[in-house]
Design a binder for this molecule. Structure first.
Ligand code: SAH
Length: 412
């Protein structure tokens, strides 16, 4: 029986390989291109911009204590303010009645400067998804998305304003990198979302924010220090941090191999997600420009070693793009690449492409998607189609920021 099914699949593969079109990422110039060959540039250089004001959440508890001591204040104030911030999720001086009334405002103004202000809030999925567009101290915009599920409440956070990785199918990739976020700018997204969730702003899901995914704007591993600082604040117990489980935090990357290896050595068992999107270098070179630096085999080796070091199964992200990367032979090649390194160490998450405005590319057809998933599963690879929350509110990475920027430009 199995043989018959396998041969049917092979025939199907042959048919598809022979007939299915091969669309290339280079077929379309990026949004706003001035000539057809223009492409967003892969860039590691971080533009020089004013740093965010320093904030309590940038520091460990010990650092907060010494900062207060240096300012001539008692170190135990660090505990008090940290408890308000990380335990009660508030940054308002008026909530901190255990601080001396005369100096409360000044102390809070100094330690908890306002780093993020809401520009727009949108709800989707009957109130189970809440998307925030934030303005930072210098007017730069970033997004975060809060999603309530039956068994968990998840926040998707941004780690950079814009992104330097230039992936052509991603709205943030088209913007280029504006700047890195500070640790506290990341932590603030989490605190505000955790308070919103506790206060019943979502219609679905537990009130306690349980999961964080670094899948908003930016490449988290290109802002390693600030992201790691944020992970430490998220996982440290109150009053040092929020006391979340590292296991419920996912760091998603295009594949910065040295940073993956460094993360594996930190002793924090966060989940690693690798945005693979193609199992062959030929296509991935164009789809994920950083592939010109670290190739698929090298990336999968680093991902496998991450699993070995942490015991955490790695997620392989795969946006299914019609006729570009959804061929059955690619599903089989992906399975072969994963299996050649071992069994059960990776889990594939295909997600239908959420096309960016003006894109000629679109999501794969349902039957093609099914064949892709089935090919992986038959090869013994755990595969789950990821949900597309908030696609009606420009849920895909960077789309809301781009949309609002356009509206504002039109108004000028
Ligand atoms: N830079 C990191 C994290 C941010 S993007 C990374 O690339 O992993 C989070 C995920 O959304 C990545 O897997 C990314 O490839 C995917 N993504 C970006 N644009 C998308 C789109 N238009 N449709 C579907 N997934 C998209």
């Amino acid at each position: 029986m199995a043989d018959v099914a396998a041969s049917a699949r092979a025939k199907d593969a042959a048919r598809r390989t022979g007939t299915q079109r091969q669309v290339r990422p280079t077929d379309q110039p990026p949004e706003g291109a001035t000539h057809p060959g223009a492409r967003p540039q892969l860039s590691f250089s971080v533009p020089r911009r004013g740093k965010a004001p320093s904030h309590l959440a940038d520091l460990s508890l010990a650092e907060r204590k010494s900062a207060l001591k240096e300012a001539g204040l008692p170190a135990f104030r660090a505990d008090q303010i940290s408890r308000h911030y990380f335990g009660h999720l508030t940054a308002a001086a008026s909530d901190m009645t255990d601080l001396p009334a005369a100096s409360r405002e000044a102390l809070v103004g100094e330690l908890l400067p306002q780093l993020v202000s809401p520009v727009r809030v949108l709800t989707a999925d009957k109130g189970a998804t809440l998307k925030h567009l934030w303005s930072l101290h210098d007017g730069v915009r970033v997004e975060s998305v809060l999603m309530g599920y039956r068994d968990r409440t998840t926040l998707c956070v941004s780690s950079q304003a814009g992104c330097g990785m230039a992936c052509p199918f991603c709205a943030t990739g088209q913007m280029g990198l504006t700047r890195n976020l500070s640790t506290a700018e990341i932590v603030e997204q989490v605190r505000i979302a955790a308070a919103a969730s506790r206060d019943g702003d979502l219609t679905t899901g537990p009130a306690r924010l349980s999961n964080i995914v670094f899948m908003g704007m930016g490449e988290p591993l290109a802002n390693y220090k600030a992201v790691l600082g944020a992970v430490r604040r998220l996982t440290a117990p109150v009053p040092e941090g929020f006391g979340m489980s590292a296991r419920s935090i996912t760091v998603s990357t295009v594949g910065l191999v040295p940073a993956i290896r460094k993360l594996a050595g930190e002793g924090i068992p966060v989940r690693l997600a690798v945005s693979l999107h193609a199992p062959d270098d030929d296509l991935r070179n164009d789809l994920i420009p950083i592939n010109s630096r670290w190739k698929v085999p090298e990336l999968l080796d680093a991902a496998y070693d991450y699993f070995e070091a942490t015991g955490r199964r790695v997620s392989i992200e795969y946006a299914l793009i019609k006729d570009m990367n959804d061929h059955q032979w690619r599903a089989q090649l992906l399975a072969d690449e994963l299996l050649s390194r071992g069994r059960g160490w990776a889990h594939v998450n295909p997600i239908p492409l959420n096309p960016t405005p003006g894109s000629i590319w679109t999501a794969s057809e349902p039957d093609v998607m099914e064949t892709f998933v089935e090919t992986l599963r038959s090869a013994g690879i755990a595969t789950t189609i990821r949900d597309t929350r908030g696609s009606d509110i420009d849920g895909a990475c960077g789309q809301l920021a781009t949309e609002v920027l356009q509206q504002e430009r039109e108004r000028l």
